[in-house]
Design a protein around this ligand. Structure first.
Ligand SMILES: [Mg+2]
Length: 103
């Protein structure tokens, strides 16, 4: 994951695509909205079971890119963050559920 984060950091730098954290987070939320829109399309707005469309992959890629740029702003190691979350969920599961009611 470090390698991917570095790749995105260099890409942003080389292409003059660096911007403040506030814009990064807005972009992330915007891209997540595009994933939601795609899922709505995949299910004909909930009228049918969702059927995969290739566009979802592209939108998920946009979300991942945006998330990485947010993390890179403060050099957050996303692999570390993910491992911390997995540990948190394991502890919650030992209490009965992975939901946030078990903190
Ligand atoms: Mg998008």
């Amino acid at each position: 994951m470090k390698e991917i984060q570095e790749k995105i950091k260099n890409f942003c730098k080389d292409n003059d695509m660096e911007s403040p954290i506030e814009h990064r987070v807005l972009d992330l939320m915007s891209e997540l909205g595009e994933v939601s829109k795609e899922v709505l399309k995949m299910s004909n707005y909930g009228r049918e079971p969702a059927k995969y469309r290739e566009e979802l992959k592209s939108e998920l890629g946009d979300v991942l890119y945006s998330l990485i740029t947010v993390a890179n702003t403060f050099d957050v190691d996303l692999e570390d963050a993910l491992n911390q979350v997995l540990e948190k969920y394991k502890k919650r599961l030992m209490k009965g559920s992975a939901g946030s009611e078990n903190k």
